[in-house]
Design a protein around this ligand. Structure first.
Ligand SMILES: Cc1cc2nc3c(=O)[nH]c(=O)nc-3n(C[C@H](O)[C@H](O)[C@H](O)COP(=O)(O)OP(=O)(O)OC[C@H]3O[C@@H](n4cnc5c(N)ncnc54)[C@H](O)[C@@H]3O)c2cc1C
Length: 384
């Protein structure tokens, strides 16, 4: 009987990186990637700084699905959605009913954009950008438009605000929190970023909740909880992501905030693994590139019969806001400490330190980003 494949569901960074790393260790075992999308390889972080440089969606794809299949000697089924997993029979079932057996299964399903529970018939026109098709749609909708309102002043909201402003749009950002990047930056860092983005042309409405979105002819009308009305051409939502867990949950695989896996990226079902934006690794959901790269290398070794728990070093995140260069290494919420902040007109250096002076995290903005290399070596690992 021919060898059963390793099946990977998802052709994002997580799916393709684990396939690539596995191929380095095992040239023979068949790999099948099943993907609901086009299957082309692209860098998703590019999507939030591609408008200013006028990048067309096609130019963002760095390798077509055919090229990926050839390069990694594997089979890829694009535009195929997995509808069910049976961990006991070790099969996946596609939406058309086809059943495919696997030897080992990797869930690299990504995450869905969170939709705010807003009122109004304009809600269906709210866009979000979580993949290349979304970016395509955003580009189409933006044509001949001037004014964009972004819901959410987190990392992706701020990056789009900067990019859209640089591309010539009038940009407002609305967030319920009192500062941008509220979950990543201390107050002074948030204020610095806000000032720099405002200087670049962004208008912030902070401490403000959006209640409804109505369509009025060609525009959208937002009503805030305060009663303030905002008229805009386009609404882009960037209020966060929710790991895609429903396939796993329906198969009886443990789910918490994400698909719950051990440090070996393994579910309790032994031959079923998860990584990337859909996974919660020992309690941590880390929807960023660096954790995916580390997880993919470990998982590839485990799939190739060398069980290898993932180790995460410190993984600072670069915020792509050219108006205010920003690098953050958020402290582990479980660690006690406080922010020690130095700031001037040029930058903010915020160090999160324990009571005995150990560096646990940092936020560097503006000119202070120069210190990132010196500080990086002092940071503790995220997971030893
Ligand atoms: C705009 C934007 C900017 C970002 N910028 C940065 C950055 O600067 N730095 C950083 O570190 N991180 C950044 N990130 C986060 C980073 O891009 C993600 O963490 C990473 O790309 C997630 O990869 P993934 O493979 O886990 O998920 P995805 O890329 O979402 O891939 C999921 C795959 O699963 C497939 N799929 C889902 N369900 C099914 C199903 N039922 N059947 C078949 N296929 C299915 C999808 O089609 C897709 O191919 C950014 C994210 C966004 C949205």
């Amino acid at each position: 009987m021919s060898q059963l494949p390793v099946i990977i569901i998802g052709s994002g960074l997580a799916g393709y990186t684990v396939a690539r790393e596995f191929r380095k260790l095992d040239a023979e075992t068949p790999i099948l990637i099943i993907s609901a999308d086009h299957g082309g390889f692209y860098s998703k972080p590019t999507l939030s700084n591609a408008l200013a440089t006028g990048k067309a969606p096609a130019s963002i794809v760095t390798a077509s699905v055919e090229k990926m299949a050839e390069q990694l000697k594997m089979t890829i089924r694009p535009y195929s959605r997995v509808a069910a997993i049976d961990p006991l029979a070790k099969t996946v079932t596609l939406r058309d009913g086809e059943k495919l057996p696997y030897s080992q299964l990797v869930l690299a399903l990504g995450a869905d954009s969170i939709r705010l529970p807003l009122e109004g018939e304009g809600v269906k026109d709210i866009l979000s950008v979580n993949d290349l098709d979304d970016y395509h749609q955003l580009r189409n909708v933006l044509e001949h438009k001037k004014d964009v309102t972004i819901l959410g002043a987190g990392l992706i909201g701020c990056e789009f605000a900067n990019d859209l402003t640089s591309a010539g749009y009038r940009v407002r950002v609305i967030d319920i929190s009192a500062q941008p990047l509220g979950r990543l930056l201390p107050q002074s860092g948030g204020a610095f970023l806000q000032r720099r983005l405002e200087a670049a042309g962004v208008t912030f409405h902070l401490g403000a909740a959006t209640r409804s979105v109505e369509r009025v002819h060609e525009s959208l009308r937002l009503t805030l909880a305060s009663g303030e009305i905002i008229q805009t051409d386009v609404v882009l939502s960037a209020v966060g992501l929710r790991p895609r867990t429903s396939l796993a949950e329906a198969a009886g695989i443990a789910v918490n905030r994400g698909i719950a896996v051990s440090r070996s990226l393994q579910t309790p079902h032994g031959d079923v693994y998860a990584l990337g934006d859909c996974a919660e690794v020992e309690g941590r959901v880390l929807p960023f590139v660096m954790p995916i790269m580390h997880a993919a290398r470990s998982l590839a070794a485990t799939l190739a019969q060398t069980p290898t728990p993932v180790r995460y070093p410190a993984m600072p995140v670069l915020v792509k806001t050219p108006a205010c260069p920003t690098i953050v290494s958020p402290p582990d919420p479980a660690r006690q400490g406080e922010w020690v902040v130095e700031e001037d007109d040029e930058g903010v250096k915020a160090l999160f330190k324990s009571a005995d002076g150990k560096l646990l995290g940092y936020a560097l903005l503006g000119a202070s980003t120069r210190e990132k290399n010196a500080l990086a070596t002092q940071l503790p690992a995220v997971m030893e």
